[in-house]
Ligand binder design. Structure first.
Ligand code: PLP
Length: 383
């Protein structure tokens, strides 16, 4: 079965240009390799991208979410509403700051948090909301902020996957309350590892800086004070230089991803897999940045498991992934009272989703090859 003549397609692969690679070499030779001038440039460029709002870089998206919660004043006794269909860091950070995650099921069409259910889950203890823009598809931002305003709730947008996405033509990061981006290697814009917080004002930006580095404030030429319990979350200049190099290409990256997503629809719609019940993502070419192409397998109509399906793809030289198993079914969460059946749409999604290859250097014919493989496997093992 294995086709050695065709190259293996990973499900994701970053595109780093030669100028960026040379830029990293220059940083390494410059004598200043940790947080410094490249971070300042990166923060300024990100701020520009986000309509002039203050931006602070961090060494991960997880750190930005945690510090975003702290800046919003979330702590012990507070509830934070979020979705179980995300990377586990989205809700781990809620425990990290001493608060309690309150999960709300997803809308199966968007795979994002169901805003009707979200509104019903608000209690007097609710302090903040963490919506997740799964695969870069934003939630209905008008509705989200209508709810947040009506109930006086803070919002920390988990826009880890949404850099380059928009809402009604406006970039994610320009709108709303606190916005958290991740620049992990697999995200649409990468700094290898990293993240950024988009904030509301200078006061929050100063707080972000304190939380980012041990709560330290410089006083005068030779003095310093430690004002609060901060952590060690600063981004290196090597990483910032990579992020700066990526930022130049973000519009092209997003356009290419949209083009490839369209090729997926063309290759799958009306095919054997969809006829059997393969679930496609919402066909949104307005707002989404198409961070991933996530399908759901019709497991009740297949004689093979998801793992076997993924292995058949692998045998055909195609990588795939799972984003994500429902968070509330992980051991840590079960031990804290969550169980099967609580969020059926997220559970069904988490148990059946497969991430197909999607990255900027993929071609339409690569996508056609993936679609053909998906259709053939479904044809062969469909029942
Ligand atoms: C990647 C990701 C994070 C965490 O970002 P890191 O940079 O890996 O810490 C959080 N939430 C979502 C939805 C993500 O995709």
């Amino acid at each position: 079965m294995s086709q050695s003549s065709v190259p293996f397609l990973p499900f994701v692969k970053p595109e780093i240009d030669e100028e960026t690679i040379q830029g990293v070499v220059d940083v390494l030779r410059s004598g200043w390799i940790t947080t410094g001038p490249q971070n300042q440039k990166f923060e300024a460029a990100l701020s520009d991208y986000c309509g002039g709002r203050p931006v602070r870089t961090f060494n991960s998206g997880t750190a930005t979410l945690e510090i975003g919660l702290r800046i919003a004043g979330v702590g012990a006794g507070d509830e934070v509403i979020t979705t179980p269909a995300s990377w586990v860091s989205t809700s781990n950070v809620i425990y990290e700051v001493g608060a309690t995650p309150v999960f709300v099921d997803i809308d199966p069409a968007t795979r994002n948090i169901d805003l009707d259910l979200l509104e019903k889950a608000i209690t007097p203890r609710t302090k903040a909301l963490i919506p997740v823009y799964l695969s870069g598809l934003p939630v209905d931002m008008d509705r989200l902020y209508e709810i947040a305003r009506a109930h006086k709730l803070r919002v920390i947008e988990d826009a880890a996957q949404a850099f380059g996405a928009t809402w009604r033509g406006e970039r994610i990061g320009r709108l709303g309350d606190i916005v958290s981006f991740s620049f992990h290697a697999n995200k649409n814009l990468t700094s290898i590892e990293g993240g950024a917080l988009v904030l509301n004002n200078e006061e929050e930006a100063v707080l972000a800086q304190k939380y980012r580095l041990q709560g330290i404030v410089r006083t005068g030429f030779d003095g310093m004070d430690c004002e609060l319990l901060g952590g060690k979350y600063n981004l290196t200049d090597v990483a910032a230089r990579v992020g700066l190099g990526q930022l130049q290409h973000i519009e092209r990256f997003t356009a290419q991803r949209k083009k490839l997503a369209r090729a997926y629809f063309a290759g799958l719609e009306g095919g054997a897999a969809v006829k059997l019940g393969l679930g496609l993502p919402l066909a949104d070419f307005e707002n989404s940045n198409w961070h991933m192409f996530l399908v759901t397998l019709p497991l009740d109509r297949l004689s093979i498991s998801r793992a076997e399906f993924m292995n058949h793809l692998k045998e055909r030289g195609i990588g795939s992934g799972v984003h994500y198993p429902a968070i509330h079914l992980f051991s840590l969460y079960r031990a804290r009272g969550f169980s099967e059946g609580m969020f059926p749409h997220a559970e069904h999604y988490g148990a059946s989703t497969v991430t197909l290859p999607l990255f900027t250097q993929l071609s339409d014919s690569d996508v056609a090859r993936v679609c053909q493989a998906v259709n053939e496997i479904c044809e062969q093992y469909g029942k």
